[in-house]
Design a protein around this ligand. Structure first.
Ligand code: F0G
Length: 460
């Protein structure tokens, strides 16, 4: 049975023209880009699903807020508005703006870990992993087993494996664990949600051993929507109350505000009540991000962020938002195309390993599929697999990712049902010629976060 599209709870007031190149032009552009999606020009992309980060469409209230932004260097009214919104929604005393998520990681992680230590997460996002490693510590993923099989339909595939978490703490020793990070939703596992019960249990373990729990909060609202839909006892609880309850279990959060807060730039740090940590965080914010009342952002950014924090919690919006993913996933079900199921919060993660079984992990099936999607329909996606994971920081050997996904990350309030249909049609067309698709090799790579900059070439 086909999934019905949930109509947009908004109308369009401003448009941005996009154009489609010919197939021959796209073949040339992707070769010129050395088969790296990040090297393509935005104007050469028809539907841009590289990321849902900072690619969102702001509302008229947010744009009005842009005009009201207070650009005072210290003590801007937009800053106080943002702090009040953060305190209200998350229930934390200290709310610090920073310019984006990785800035929050840079400010905080060195305060909490260093060489010889470990940090454990349900799954680290790539920049988060890189910031753990930049402190000298090592990052360990500890996601539940069902996340590793895209065909298993479980309600909370983003969860921490709490049994493994406790055994890892005992294996490495409590004093070796700098921080536990709970990523909601679990981006790299397919935008999969984490249950309230799992956050509570993780927090209990952290408390038992005296380890701090940090929420990586980029997609806190989408995660709350899944809790409301899927977890017993939450059907009648508001999204805002679910968010507050979940954050109540943690000690702090780092947030890329470029996702669920529906803005184009921004990040947040939240600290519940650790005054010493707040003092250290303020000093490092001033060092890296600027004075604490702007944190690397303009007053206008702070203002639209404060408004977006609430808009992201709106239930009609979230119903439409998750509905878009479910619609696309429904079309893939009909076509027999595998993805991380059930579909996650911010995109559809197509199982490139299943679609292109002839390509081994070290020839990057997720990247090969992303390249085909660009050639087929001008759609820009990205690899979330071995290509993104990169090399072991100690042995420099290619890591073998648990997943080989091609991520269709859907920007918020940007694309319509017909765009989603083009995505499904392109995948169906590629499936028909999938056996002839070959893998790629890396011809140049930088030492860290290579997928942003590496050059590739097709394997003949
Ligand atoms: N944490 C998570 C879970 C993320 O998804 C991201 C970014 C970050 C931290 C870092 O935030 O980009 O603002 O510095 N994810 C983007 C993505 C880039 O495409 O998924 P940032």
């Amino acid at each position: 049975m086909s999934v019905k599209y949930v109509p947009e709870p908004f109308r369009i007031k401003m448009v941005e023209t996009i154009k489609m190149l010919t197939r021959e032009e796209r073949i040339q552009k992707i070769a010129e880009a050395k088969y790296n999606m990040f090297n393509l020009k935005g104007e050469d992309v028809y539907i841009d699903l590289l990321t849902d980060s900072g690619t969102n469409a702001m509302s008229q209230e947010q744009w009005a807020g842009v005009m009201r932004g207070d650009e005072a260097y210290a003590g801007s009214s937009s800053y106080f508005k943002l702090v009040a919104a953060g305190q209200d929604i998350f229930g934390y005393e200290y709310i610090q703006p920073v310019h984006q998520g990785r800035a929050a990681e840079k400010v905080m992680f060195e305060l909490l870990m260093g060489k010889g230590q470990y940090s454990i997460s349900n799954t680290f996002f790539d920049t988060t992993r890189a910031h753990v490693e930049a402190t000298g510590a090592r990052a360990i993923d500890c996601v539940v087993a069902e996340a590793k099989d895209p065909s298993i339909r479980a309600p909370f595939k983003g969860n921490m494996d709490v049994v493994k978490l406790e055994s890892l703490i005992n294996e490495y020793g409590v004093d070796k664990i700098g921080l536990v990070v709970m990523t909601i939703t679990n981006n790299s596992a397919g935008g999969q949600p984490v249950s309230m019960e799992n956050v509570r249990k993780t927090a209990e373990i952290c408390k038992k051993y005296g380890i701090k729990l940090c929420i990586d909060a980029a997609r806190y609202a989408e995660n709350a929507f899944f809790v409301k839909q899927r977890e017993e006892g939450y059907a009648d609880v508001s999204i805002k109350d679910i968010v507050k309850e979940m954050f109540g279990f943690a000690d702090m959060f780092t947030m890329s505000a470029k996702k669920d807060t529906i803005v184009n730039m921004g990040g947040l740090i939240g600290i519940k009540d650790d005054k010493e940590l707040v003092t250290l965080c303020k000093a490092r914010t001033i060092l890296f991000e600027g004075f604490i009342s702007y944190g690397g952002l303009s007053g206008r950014d702070l203002e639209s962020l404060a408004i977006g924090l609430y808009e992201g919690l709106n239930e009609d919006y979230l119903k439409y938002r998750i509905g878009q993913m479910e619609y696309l996933a429904g079309r893939l079900d009909e076509a027999g195309i595998a993805y991380q199921a059930p579909v996650g919060g911010h995109g559809v993660f197509v199982d490139a390993k299943a679609l292109l079984p002839q390509i081994p992990y070290y020839e990057f099936p997720g990247q090969a599929l992303a390249i085909e999607l660009y050639i087929e329909a001008g759609i820009r996606t990205c690899d979330i697999g071995s290509y993104m994971l990169g090399n072991d920081p100690d042995t420099l050997e290619q890591l073998h990712s648990e997943f080989e996904f091609t991520r269709f990350a859907i920007p918020r309030r940007v694309y319509t049902q017909s765009h989603i249909d083009i995505m499904a049609d392109a995948l169906i067309a590629i499936k028909e010629r999938s056996s002839s698709i070959k893998g790629y090799k890396i011809t140049w790579e930088p030492p860290v976060l290579r997928h942003f900059q590496a050059s590739l070439a097709p394997i003949e």
